[in-house]
Design a protein. Sequence first.
Length: 226
Amino acid sequence: MKLLYAEDEKDMAKVVVAIMKHQGYEVDWAENGKIAVDFASKKNYDCMIFDIMMPVMDGIEALKEIRASGDVTPVIMLTAKSEIDDRISGLDSGADDYLTKPFAIGELLARVRSLTRRVKDFTPSTLTVGSTSLDTEEQELSAHNAIRLSGKETKLLKLFMLNEGKLLSTNYIFEKIWEDEKDVDESVVWIYISYLREKLSAINSDLAIEGEEGKDFRLTLRKEDA
């Protein structure tokens, strides 16, 4: 699971990041809101944790910019203040939860687990990017016409559509889609991306999956349609 942690207090950040990594999380640390926005625009995360009071760009402004881009990744806001106005501002800007400093790292990790479970439980059954839609329950992909997908194809395209425009590594995709299967290796990712490319073409979709075998991939709108 990948986390983005934005905190300008370096000593505190080192401790929190070390504990998170020890718990098995992949963590990117940003020392201000502007860097956090840049990370979020280029990478995909399962959860983001933002301190409110940061230099260059504070956590509230960073969150507003991220939400304006269409990113719905769960966000936990951290604040050293206990005033209700801080909590309201964070939640109104699109935060999913908040913690007041000082906090117990165990509680922070519990909230991360809770939010990421919630995302899995409440992801819409129909996803739309551009003029292309995916019905995850019926496993049907549609644009100018429709086509049925296999279970793995559906999960893979769902992952791409939830992370439109972001680079997804072959390893990340493999772990997300084939994490419980022991009889396949990462080469299966390229095989299924090839299947999806054929099916997107078959329905004249405005979506394209960019990338090469074994490297990073990204779902984008076709240039002529963008």
